[in-house]
Design a binder for this molecule. Structure first.
Ligand SMILES: C[S@@+](CC[C@H](N)C(=O)[O-])C[C@H]1O[C@@H](n2cnc3c(N)ncnc32)[C@H](O)[C@@H]1O
Length: 283
């Protein structure tokens, strides 16, 4: 069978699955990613597909039709200019976080020995971005998930992120005390979905990504953010930056929290993808 025919069939399966989930979108692109992955290298339209490649591909299409994220099926996700390994059970980095990474990099560049702490680092997209872009920085990625951290370490090792250290840590709790008052930039893309809203998320998210990566279990979704705002001042150097990636509707609430804690220069900014914001504040 030829690649073109297999792609047509797969597209139909995926379009009708997506209709069930109330989604539309990248079915053909997804099908090509899976076919290339099953084949081990890129195929073109007229390429003939071997029987075992076809079987592998059809298994992948069936998984994708259940709503399973493409990243879990192919085992990678592109972020900025690099490719991260990922497995089921880990949070899939969002494109919106590339803006958070670039905001952190801007604030680390030009400092003699910059320190960056990325809380809730997941498989490491933000911290690997800063480690690569600012190789003289010391960067720390912290998360409560041992599984995500082990993937983050493997990703950093494969991507010249040798200046990144990963720790299993509930927010700042396991960070060396010697860093107190010396951190230039703290970033976090927290699990911020209010407890009762998790059920309304798309299938791809709520059925496959672990709950602790989506919500901290609080009613307003700001449980972890409150702790970061409180604890952050102890770790940031005077004038150091706290950067929080979150939905735009939370800006007012978070501005109130930051301002009450004593942060200054509080503002909300966004990159090309407007549906997520980075809130910036200085210690
Ligand atoms: C929305 S994901 C963000 C992951 C990563 N920063 C990214 O953008 O791909 C939230 C992450 O927070 C982690 N997490 C949840 N509670 C935590 C806590 N108390 N301390 C540290 N990390 C936590 C989860 O394991 C998950 O990896």
């Amino acid at each position: 069978m030829y690649a073109e025919d297999l792609i047509k069939e797969a597209k139909q399966v995926l379009v009708s699955a997506n209709e069930n989930f109330g989604l539309r979108g990248y079915e053909e692109d997804d099908a090509w990613e899976m076919l290339d992955h099953a084949n081990g290298e890129e195929l073109n339209y007229g390429g003939e597909v071997r029987a075992e490649v076809r079987r592998r591909f059809e298994r992948m299409v069936r998984r994708r039709a259940t709503g399973e994220p493409l990243a879990y099926i192919v085992g990678w996700i592109d972020f900025r200019d690099f490719r991260l390994g990922i497995k089921p059970g880990m949070f899939v980095p969002r494109l919106t976080s590339e803006f958070l990474a670039s905001q952190a990099i801007r604030r680390l560049h030009g400092r003699r020995s910059p320190v960056h702490v990325d809380l809730a680092t997941g498989i490491g997209p933000i911290v690997i971005s800063t480690a690569r872009a600012v190789p003289h920085a010391r960067v720390w990625g912290l998360d409560i998930s041992a599984k995500a951290l082990s993937q983050a370490r493997a990703n950093a090792a494969a991507l010249d992120g040798g200046n990144a250290t990963f720790l299993k840590s509930d927010l700042f709790s396991k960070l060396p005390r010697s860093l107190q008052g010396g951190v230039d930039v703290v970033t976090i893309h927290p699990p911020y979905v209010p407890r009762q809203v998790v059920a309304d998320l798309p299938v791809e998210v709520k059925k496959f990504e672990p709950r602790h990566t989506l919500s901290d279990g609080s009613v307003d979704g700001l449980g972890l953010v409150r702790r970061v705002v409180d604890e952050g001042l102890k770790w940031l150097r005077p004038g150091g930056w706290l950067l929080i990636e979150i939905t735009p509707d939370e800006f007012r609430n978070i501005r109130r929290l930051l301002s009450a804690a004593g942060y200054v220069g509080i503002r909300s900014t966004h990159g090309e993808l407007r549906h997520t914001r980075v809130i910036l504040a200085r210690a």
